[in-house]
Design a protein around this ligand. Sequence first.
Ligand SMILES: [Mn+2]
Length: 473
Amino acid sequence: MLDEILLPGFDVEFIVENRPLARRLTDAGVTVSAGDPRRTDTYVKADLGPGTCVIIEDDGRRGLRKTLEAVRDAGGALVYVLGVGREATSKRAEELRADFPDVAYLSMSELFGGPLLTEFSRSLSRARVLQYQRYFADADKVLIVLHNDPDPDAMASGLALRNVLHRTRTTAILGAIHGVTRPENLRMASLLDIHVEEITPESLKEFDRVAMVDVQPHYFGGLIDRADLVIDHHPEQPGYTSVFKDIRPDYGSTSTILTEHLRAVDVNISERVATAMLYAIKSDTLFFNRQTNRVDLEAFSYLYPLADAALIRKMEGAEITLERLEYVMKAFRGGSLQDQVFCAFLGASLREDFIPYVADFFLQLEDAKWTVIAGVVNETLIISVRNLGYSKNAGEFVRRFFADIGSAGGHRAMAKAVVPVRAFEAKFGAVEPVAMTGRLQALAHEFLAHDGTKEGRSQKGEGRSEGEEVKTR
Ligand SMILES: [Mn+2]
């Protein structure tokens, strides 16, 4: 198998201990020699050098250490151990690492597990989808119920399910008891031409089949107690009946489940549906900051080339308005860039959202790795912090300086503090334009200069390397 995988790109030579096996492999066209793997001169004869990649099969039997020592003595530096037996566990890898820190241990089951599971779960999904497709096939009118005030995931899942069922907007209606109200969701609905109709528990009777996405019947508190199909990524709830259901609480979005359904039965995904689903995955996982699964990333990368990225940027509200530009100009005039940190004080701001907008905007600046933008909205100082994500933690920054005088929190790459102006002045001095920019710079540099290796490392899931740390100093 390795011969087949590696041969097109590499010169491959095999060493086996067993002579009859060597002969059989030679007959099969494999370049092979017989030799004792525990002896250094076996490798010397094979012309092993420091640039040779050595892969050693570990079937769990003894002799592995001797083999590794022999390879090392022969000058082998790029060494992999491929565990093929039951013994190929992380414990075995740990044991080896103690004596051979440079040797990488790969287990066959880990290497093949992912694709194999994907393949098998695809065929399970396929069987499931074919069943409910059949069940819905003879219905005149289908209702796809969304939760109240539908969000991107609910709407995208509705569109996707309509596609799986091969229906149009007149034969499969998206409905909700309370329709879309939040501005960003309204924007998505209008940009993608999605219609969500208001329904009542009585109007359910007009439909031959009822499906539910991104929600389960219990949510409606007895108003809707049954459905023919439920597809959801929230934890499974008791107390309702449905003919078919696909509940996967470990998935980041319902759109991820529906991406699998669409792929399982080879339904064409239009640009509009792909755009909606990509946006939904992005927003339900907070762009993979919140509970995210390998399958979410897989769905994302599958949908990405099919979707309209510019439209997604528009839905996220990244478009430039004159009002926003005004605040960008204020920051440009009064702000400063020092050692990759851009800070600005916007003074009184009409709305709060201008402050994070400016923080995001200046992060695009060449050489800016951190932005700290402050503004005053109704006697309250709002501070938005952004960074490029591989440096120190923005949430930690706001907590360190502002948690004692207001509310402060956030993630590694984005954070916010809300502090009464008076409390800020009592701790740091007057909230006055020129002084403020300097003060923000001082705080940022105090925070970044502090050796963060310890706290940075203890943060779960922040696998940064030494090199990345260095860049930010
Ligand atoms: Mn959702």
